[in-house]
Design a protein around this ligand. Structure first.
Ligand code: C2O
Ligand code: CU
Length: 463
C-alpha cells in the first residue's frame, strides 16, 4: 500500500526531476549575490572553539539589507549549503512569487542552485529575512539578517542600532550547535530553546553612548522559540513601531516589553544615565534582570533631553474597512504536552495521539496536522477577513501571517496596532482582522519553529 505521504513524495521527486534543469541558473548571477554557506564564527567566549554556523555571505547575522521605502530589492540567492533552502522576507507585503515558501510559492533551492529575488518594499520599518526550508534547523544555524526600510524623512534621533536577539543551543564543551533539530520534547513543549543568548551574534554586546543621546533601537527576535521579556535601565523611551508598522502614538516603555519569535519592536530611547555609568537593555528572567546589551555612557550629547518623539509616518494602504461584512473564519489550536488533542488528521488519515507521537507530530489546526492542499480559508482579493483563534493548548504560540499585516480586534477598545505576528498564550481566544489586498498563497504558522514543523502550519488563499 502506498500512503498519501509516499505518493506525494514520489510525485515531488518526479516534478523535481522534470523541472530542475529548467530552474538551474546560469553561472553568472543577475543581481548582487546573497550566498548561504557554512562558516565558523566566535560565538562563545574566546576560550571556546569557534562555532560552525550557516550564514548568509558566511556572516551571522547575515548582511544588513537597508534601503529606501519603495525601493527594489534584487538579490541572487545562491545555495552553498548541504541541503535545499529558500529566503523568506518576513513582514514585507511582498509579491507572492517572492515570498520564499518552498512548495507553496517556489521550489526549494537545491544545493548549488540559485533563485533570483526581485521585489519592491512598500513599507518603511524593521523587517528581517531568514531561511524558510527546514527552518527549525536552518534558522537555528544562523540563516537570518535584518531588512531595514528607511522612512523618506529620518526621525529626529542621534543614531540607530539594529539588535537581533537569538538564543543558541550549544554543546557546553565544544560550543557547537546541538544537531538534534527534531527533539520530541522540544516539539511537544515550548520549542527549541537555547542555552546561550546573544545579540547580533555577541553574548557581550556593548555600545558606547552619551548622556541625553537619542537612539532608535530596532529589536528583532530571531530565536526559534524564546520569548524575550525586556526592559530598559538608565534609559527612558517609547515604542514607536511593532512588526515594522508605526504606532499612531509613541507608547512610553514603562513596563516590560514582550517580543515573541518573529516579532520586532522599534524603540526611541534617551540615555538618562550619567557619564561613567552604564545603561542596559535588560532581559527579565525569573523576576531577575540580566543585561542583554550594555550601553556604557561617556560624556554628554546635549545639555538636556528632547521632548517626546513624533510618531513615525504611517505606511500606505493600511486601512481596514468593511468589518461589518467581513468573512469570518476560526482556527482552533490543539495539541502538545498537557493538551487536549486525542486524535487528528495527518496526511489524510485519522491518527490517534499515540500514532501522532510516533510520527513526531504534535499540533493541530482545526483537527488537521500541518500543510495540506486545502487552505484554511479562500477569500476573494479585497475582502476583509476576521479570524478568531483559540489557543486550546498549554503553550504560547507566535502566529505569523505572510504577506499582510493584521490588527487585533480588541472588543470595545477597537483595533490594536498592525502586526504580522501575534503572540498568544495558552487558553486565550483572540481575533484578528485584515484586508486581503495581496493575491496569492499565504502561509499562516507558528513562529516557534519546532511547532511549525510538527503541525502548526496552514495557509490562506487570496484569489
Ligand atoms: Cu518569519 Cu513563515 O516566517
Ligand atoms: Cu507554537
Amino acid at each position: 500500500m502506498t500512503t498519501r505521504r509516499e505518493f506525494l513524495e514520489q510525485g515531488a521527486a518526479t516534478i523535481a526531476a522534470l523541472t530542475v534543469p529548467a530552474l538551474a541558473r546560469a553561472a553568472t548571477p543577475r543581481f548582487a549575490e546573497l550566498k548561504a554557506r557554512p562558516a565558523r564564527v566566535q560565538l562563545a567566549p574566546p576560550t571556546y572553539p569557534k562555532t560552525e554556523i550557516w550564514g548568509y555571505d558566511g556572516a551571522m547575522p547575515g548582511p544588513e539589507l537597508r534601503m529606501a521605502q519603495g525601493a527594489r530589492i534584487q538579490r541572487s540567492f545562491l545555495n552553498e549549503l548541504p541541503q535545499a533552502s529558500s529566503v523568506h522576507w518576513h513582514g514585507i507585503r511582498i509579491d507572492n512569487a517572492m515570498d520564499g515558501v518552498p512548495g507553496l510559492t517556489q521550489p526549494a533551492v537545491e544545493p548549488g542552485q540559485g533563485f533570483d529575488y526581485d521585489f519592491v518594499v512598500p513599507d518603511a520599518g524593521t523587517y528581517w529575512y531568514h531561511a524558510h526550508n527546514r527552518s527549525t534547523e536552518q534558522v537555528a544555524r544562523g540563516l537570518y539578517g535584518a531588512l531595514i526600510v528607511e522612512e523618506p524623512e529620518a526621525p529626529d534621533i542621534d543614531r540607530e542600532e539594529v539588535l537581533i536577539l537569538d538564543d543558541w543551543l550549544l554543546d557546553p564543551e565544544t560550543a557547537q550547535i546541538d544537531p538534534d533539530f527534531t527533539s520530541r520534547h522540544d516539539r511537544s513543549h515550548a520549542g527549541r530553546r537555547g542555552n546561550f543568548i546573544a545579540t547580533n551574534g555577541r553574548f557581550d554586546l556593548s555600545l558606547d553612548v552619551k548622556q541625553n543621546e537619542r537612539l532608535r533601537l530596532r529589536l528583532i527576535n530571531a530565536a526559534n522559540a524564546r520569548i524575550f521579556v525586556l526592559s530598559i535601565f538608565g534609559m527612558e523611551g517609547w515604542t514607536v513601531a511593532l512588526d515594522g508598522m508605526p504606532l499612531s502614538e509613541p507608547k512610553p516603555v514603562s513596563e516590560v516589553l514582550i517580543i515573541g519569535p518573529g516579532q520586532r519592536a522599534d524603540l526611541i530611547v534617551d540615555v538618562t544615565a550619567a557619564s561613567g555609568e552604564t545603561a542596559h537593555l535588560v532581559r527579565v528572567e525569573d523576576q531577575e534582570g540580566v543585561s542583554q546589551v550594555a550601553f556604557p555612557v561617556s560624556g554628554r550629547a546635549a545639555a538636556a533631553r528632547r521632548g517626546s518623539p513624533h510618531p513615525l509616518p504611517p505606511n500606505p494602504r493600511m486601512d481596514i474597512s468593511g468589518m461589518e461584512k467581513a468573512v469570518t473564519a476560526r482556527l482552533n489550536m490543539q495539541g502538545g504536552a498537557m493538551g487536549t488533542l486525542d486524535a487528528a488528521t495527518l496526511d489524510g488519515e485519522r491518527k490517534s495521539f499515540r500514532q501522532l507521537v510516533e510520527a513526531n507530530q504534535f499540533w493541530s489546526f482545526n483537527g488537521t496536522i500541518g500543510m495540506t492542499d486545502t487552505p484554511l480559508v479562500s477569500v476573494p482579493v479585497g475582502e476583509t477577513i476576521k479570524l478568531e483563534i483559540y489557543n486550546d493548548t498549554s503553550f504560547p504560540h507566535a502566529m505569523h501571517l505572510h504577506g499582510m499585516h493584521f490588527r487585533e480586534v480588541t472588543g470595545d477598545a477597537g483595533l490594536g496596532p498592525f502586526r504580522d505576528t501575534l503572540l498568544m498564550f495558552g487558553g486565550e481566544t483572540r481575533t484578528i482582522a485584515f484586508v486581503v489586498d495581496n493575491p496569492g498563497k499565504w502561509l499562516f504558522h507558528c513562529h516557534m519553529l519546532s511547532h511549525a514543523d510538527s503541525g502548526m502550519m496552514t495557509w490562506l488563499e487570496v484569489a
